[in-house]
Design a protein around this ligand. Structure first.
Ligand code: ADP
Length: 261
């Protein structure tokens, strides 16, 4: 009988603790929502003044004839820093929207191979500056897919621009497309600096940066892959990476052949 009594008491205690945890959880959720709202508003309101700084720096740059070399250099620092700040604000804005559950996918049927070809081509111009070649191999017949083309372009651009950012000159980035059951996989393989083992599980979390810069001083925000991961999961796809430090990284992401909103 004593045992039964103790069991009932323990059970009651557990129920109380669960209720308390649920209460704390919902309070934390509320605070998190407020934080995201603030982040979104701050990022949104800061975009306009930065936009003006960029526009007016361009305007002065157009008058470069009357500027000294030192003034031109200062102006280019203003432009680079403002562009970085704009990218950071855009990432924060995207991140806060996604965190608030507003991924808002706009799915439409699209020729996925042509889509990937176009995004690869856009990145090839940037790659050329570092003498990096991007090669695209399509291994199978890939069906048309339903996806949000703006968001998946953001995914591929981010993965490709990371591959370029963390690669050395005169290397190659290979993009492979193939079927994996009911999914289409895009694989982006680089010969860059790679990711240390203890950081691999962290890079999809916000603000994780292994180093602050790319191999040629390119800036990084540490938010790109956190956004990319949420977009891919929102499409019911998967994303992961294999990497070996000093040898390179391979990012994979999949999209389902049959999409469900
Ligand atoms: P960002 O590149 O803006 O810092 P990301 O979220 O896209 O932010 O990437 C997070 C971190 O993951 C990077 O800072 C970098 O350390 C690492 N990383 C991402 N892609 C690669 C890659 N292809 N090669 C090596 N490291 C990478």
């Amino acid at each position: 009988l004593t045992l039964q009594k103790t069991l009932i008491e323990t059970n009651n205690e557990l129920s109380n603790m669960t209720r308390q945890l649920q209460k704390n959880n919902s309070e934390l959720q509320k605070l998190n929502d407020i934080k995201n709202q603030f982040l979104g508003m701050a990022a949104h309101d800061l975009r306009n003044p930065i936009g003006a700084i960029i526009a007016y720096s361009d305007f002065v740059m157009d008058e470069a004839k009357s500027l000294t070399d030192e003034q031109k250099e200062f102006l280019s620092i203003i432009k680079n820093s403002s562009n970085y700040m704009l990218k950071l604000l855009d990432d924060l804005l995207d991140f806060s929207k996604i965190e608030a559950g507003k991924l808002g996918l706009d799915l439409s049927r699209c020729d996925y191979v042509n889509f990937v070809k176009r995004v690869v081509k856009l990145n090839s111009a940037i790659a050329a500056k570092k003498h990096i070649q991007i090669i695209l191999n399509v291994h199978e017949v890939i069906p048309e897919l339903d996806f949000d083309s703006i968001k998946i372009e953001q995914v591929l651009n981010n993965i490709l621009s990371n591959a370029l950012k963390y690669s050395l000159r005169n290397t190659t980035v290979v993009v492979n497309m193939f079927m994996s059951g009911d999914f289409v996989t895009v694989e982006v393989r680089d010969q860059g600096v790679g990711i240390p083992k203890d950081k691999i599980d962290l890079i999809f979390q916000p603000f994780t940066r292994v180093s602050k810069q790319g191999t040629e001083g390119e800036r990084s925000t540490g938010l790109g892959l956190a956004i990319v991961r949420r977009i891919v999961l929102g499409h019911r796809g998967r994303i992961w990476v294999e990497s070996s430090e000093g040898e390179g990284s391979t990012f994979y992401f999949t999209l389902p052949v049959v999409a469900k909103e």
